[in-house]
Design a protein. Structure first.
Length: 166
């Protein structure tokens, strides 16, 4: 019972941070809300006794991704756009988001989840995942990281070029 209350409270905190990400107009505040959300997810993993996932979530997503976003914001020197008015497509986006949430909720509720058999090792799935990731999927994983790095460098170069032309 107490675990359910704790997980519900943590989920509420994570959802509040996620709402802050999409509702703020400041990119810096959105990044801080994102960090808040990712740390909350890490705490949820910790409560679920998946220490490895909590550590990965905290170090990679909470630390590295947030720092990269803040550096990209600082490097591009993008001015705050407080004069931008609401987009006319906001109601359509809200409907699309609600439809996507409904689809994900229905699929999560009606998926026949596999339960862990009694006496089975809960870490066995992680061992299989790690062996697969570090043997079969090393090259695609590294290609994806290289593409993300090239995209970030390209963004910085394009922004610097535009700033020097103005």
């Amino acid at each position: 019972m107490i675990e359910s209350v704790l997980l519900g409270t943590l989920a509420g905190i994570v959802l509040a941070g996620a709402f802050g990400v999409v509702s703020t107009r400041s990119v810096v505040y959105a990044t801080i809300f994102l960090l808040f959300t990712l740390v909350g997810v890490s705490v949820i993993f910790l409560v679920l006794l998946t220490e490895f996932l909590a550590l990965v979530q905290l170090l990679i997503y909470g630390g590295a991704i947030s720092i990269v976003l803040l550096f990209a914001i600082m490097l591009t020197r993008a001015p705050e756009q407080s004069h931008v008015e609401d987009n006319s497509q906001r109601p359509l986006a809200a409907v699309a988001a609600a439809a996507m949430f409904g689809l994900l909720a229905v699929s999560a509720l009606f998926t026949p989840w596999k339960e862990l058999e009694s006496g089975a090792d809960p870490g066995e799935g992680f061992i299989t995942l790690s062996e697969s990731l570090f043997s079969n999927f090393v090259v695609p994983f590294e290609i994806a990281s290289l593409v993300l790095l090239v995209a970030m460098v390209g963004t910085v170069i394009l922004t610097r070029t535009r700033n020097t032309e103005q």
